[in-house]
Design a protein around this ligand. Sequence first.
Ligand code: PMP
Length: 432
Amino acid sequence: PVTAALADLSAADLEAFLAKTRADLDAFKARGLKLDMTRGKPSPEQLVFAEGMLALPGNRDHTSEANEDARNYGNLQGLAETRKLFAGTMGAPAERVVVGGNASLAMMHDVIVWALLKGVPGSARPWSKEEEIVFLCPAPGYDRHFAICEEFGIRMIPVRLTGEGPDMDQVEELVRDPAVKGMWCVPKYSNPTAETYSDETVRRLAKMETAAPDFRLFWDNAYAVHHLTDAKAEILNILDECAAAGHPDRAFVFASTSKMTVAGAGLAFFASSEANVKWQQARAGKQTIGPDKLNQLRHVRFLKDEAGLAAHMDKHRGSLAPKFKAVTDALQARLGGLGAATWITPAGGYFVSVDLAPGAASRTVALAKEAGLALTPAGATYPYGKDPQDSNLRLAPSFPTLADVKVASEIIAVCMALACAEAEEARRKKAA
Ligand code: PMP
């Protein structure tokens, strides 16, 4: 690897760099590898941490604190002890927490469908009766959020991220349009940039004047307790801030235990104002007679309390932190000083976000594929799958073994270096 920036290399040095990097990539290709870093899935090792939970609540243990039979129908909102256990994570008193099924994404989806068909508290009419509905989408962001909007014809406007959350000058300007009804927010360890919203960002989101009286923040706190370092990020309580600013119904808060216990069979949560919870429960009551309360009991028996949850999350951190370090070490070793790539060192969450020279993202994915490594498609982190610069890539190191993450990271770094050097070569040809 060179230490000089690609842009400063002589023509001959750039040629030499390209040749050397191509040779390094060929060496990986010759190994016939098959690796996958596409999605933020917990590894088998992580799932084992919750193995003990699967045997719970256990023989004849199916009675809640309120003496309900957890095996039977009923209790739409969820067991009081389960809501209490996650009240802190949700930032709401247990009375304003709802326990859903196994996927917070399903709760977000349903809330949007209900908003379209019925409107939310404060709506003049169902959202679908408006000429156009627009959502603000901090980007890069979570592709499945964007997919819900695309599914229902909600127009998405990307918003720049600053490192402390969305660019609030831009947001405050955009919400002056009454068509803007919603905004996606992953406020802590955001997917994929791992940034955490600053207090100022949260306050401005709570306070801003929106033209739509029924504007909603879709506050997806999916990584609320998913720390990778001792510096455990805290964010301001959005529900409290909104209430204090005179917008008590502005935020819908979501989270789940998908990346705490088991991803396919965890618990999803919704929390909001009294009016919003009442609204959600009225709709949910038409959908189901009640949630899976045995799973709720299982989670309470296993995690016990907030301290139990924190101790459990430390196990995940022990498994994940070395994988994240392997990624950032490999990027630094190969790309440090090239002046063509920037990346984050996440303090939590599930992703490493990398920004490359324009045009180099899709080329990197194609090169990695040749070497047997599957990456998230370039553009996936943007509304409509279109990254205007073709520069952002999301790396997801949780699932493969540490040994595989190490190899995959080296391949990624080589592919990125090659793609950026090719982009530099193309830039010079064009300028000549
Ligand atoms: N929100 C974000 C930001 C995510 O990254 C993910 C993926 N784990 C989800 C939601 C999906 O959560 P769930 O499994 O609860 O549907």
